[in-house]
Write a protein that binds this ligand. Sequence first.
Ligand code: GLP
Length: 245
Amino acid sequence: MKVIIKENYEELSKEAAEIIKEAIQKKPNLVLGLATGSTPLGCYQELIRLYQKEGLDFSKVIIFNLDEYLGLSADHPQSYNYFMQENLLNHINVKQENFHIPLGIIKNIEKFCQEYEEEIKKAGGIDLQLLGIGSDGHIGFNEPGTPLNSRTHLAKLAESTIKDNSRFFEREEDVPRFAITMGVQTIFEAKKIVLLASGENKADAVAKALEGPITPQITASILQKHPDTIVILDQAAASKLKGKY
Ligand code: GLP
């Protein structure tokens, strides 16, 4: 793992966008794994700027998103589909048919999850996966206890995640209790991974993920074994690390 510590959130976001920009310039049909949450927002704003001001071309880029809340339709304002449209896709020249995200309303969950894995495979696998981290150390919605060899599956949200994510909903009761998420192994198979974490409330999770044992209790800890992972932190998120980076 390569760890980069930036002064602040703005610098962290720019660094992440720069890595994505270089990857697209190298491979215009990049298979890009994206994440939701507030952490990647600054990176998405910078990608929009790069498209608008520097002509960064997304026309051949293929996107696979990590996860979606179960029970929310694609046009629900709190769905991750809606989030991606509003915060990135509506502002760049990515083709809608090249955007993949799990559905929130599905009949046959198991079949859907298998098909999502197939689609990733058919696209040639994920070249670059962007990740945030939950305060309990999760990636995607792979909560503590999720097997490290898991693939796309139905996940039950941890109580702490429901609390964390309730800020996006009117009431805590409105937060869906389940989600469809890429599994830990699905994420691990991405050729390159960029994990972002900002703020003091992520410092514990970051320290455990980077310096603790590799364990299903902190699913981000699997990244210690990944051959090409870059972790970009701001000072606050890095504040509980013991090692020198
Ligand atoms: C959700 C998402 C994760 C994300 C996490 C952290 O649980 N499923 O992909 O990393 O939230 O979100 P935030 O960046 O808002 O702290």
